[in-house]
Design a protein around this ligand. Structure first.
Ligand code: SF4
Length: 87
């Protein structure tokens, strides 16, 4: 079973070249939104760790990164393993 995490990928649209490499790597997470003309991250409860790491590694503009909702830090509602996929 694939490992999922509760942190989420974000895209710096200012640097994105719209090459759609991330969409090719993981279309279940990234898609091109024709209305905004941007690459958008789908809203999921959890994200596949390996596939998103692969998209980050292959992004030619280095504009994808992981983020962690502030409330997860504050509330302690998630374990570090759930957020980071470690362990
Ligand atoms: S791989 Fe990077 S530069 Fe290419 S569309 Fe995705 S976020 Fe933009």
């Amino acid at each position: 079973m694939e490992k999922t995490v509760k942190r989420f990928p974000v895209i710096d649209s200012a640097d994105c070249s719209l090459c759609q490499g991330c969409v090719a790597v993981e279309p279940d997470v990234f898609y091109f939104d024709e209305n905004s003309g941007r690459i958008v991250v789908r809203e999921l409860a959890e994200y596949p760790l390996v596939q998103v790491d692969e998209a980050i590694k292959n992004c030619p503009r280095d504009c994808i990164s992981w983020d962690i909702p502030e409330k997860m830090h504050l509330s302690g509602e998630c374990t570090e393993e759930e957020i980071l996929g470690i362990g």
